[in-house]
Design a protein around this ligand. Sequence first.
Ligand code: UDP
Ligand code: MG
Length: 151
Amino acid sequence: MANERTYIMVKPDGVDRGLVGDIISRFEKRGYKLVALKLKLASEELLREHYADLAGKPFFNGLVAFIGSGPVACMVWEGKDVVKTGRRMLGETDPLKSLPGSIRGDYAIDLGRNVCHGSDSVESANKEIKLWFNEDELVNWNASLYKSIYE
Ligand code: UDP
Ligand code: MG
């Protein structure tokens, strides 16, 4: 459905490298609608919750420390099949396995510096959007270009 939403977050490595604009641009040009956007220094508590499914993995503490080490650019994008398409636009978790043309395939090499997060299911997206944004930060608006994007 065209009102599906996903949580996309440029990680501190991506923010530091000046990739926020490019990543926003890719989602805009694809035809998705931006419904929330902010820069944030995330607390350890928030990051432990965000990555809760990975607690216990050997890289968990390092991951939480790194994502909290600098600002992240948090956004919510809306449109048809945006969760799955967003993941395809990101590439694989491992940048070296990601095809050129994808965000990670174009900009990253190491697993722990893969530039951008994207929700892996509609269920995770709903959880992550609630975790990172207050309801009043999500803007409902009509994109005039939708008539040129959707048939
Ligand atoms: N990660 C890592 N080492 C690993 C696996 C994952 O540093 O062996 C990091 C990587 O940055 C990844 C994040 O942990 O993006 C979350 O892992 P997940 O499996 O959820 O991958 P994603 O959903 O981001 O593709
Ligand atoms: Mg994940």
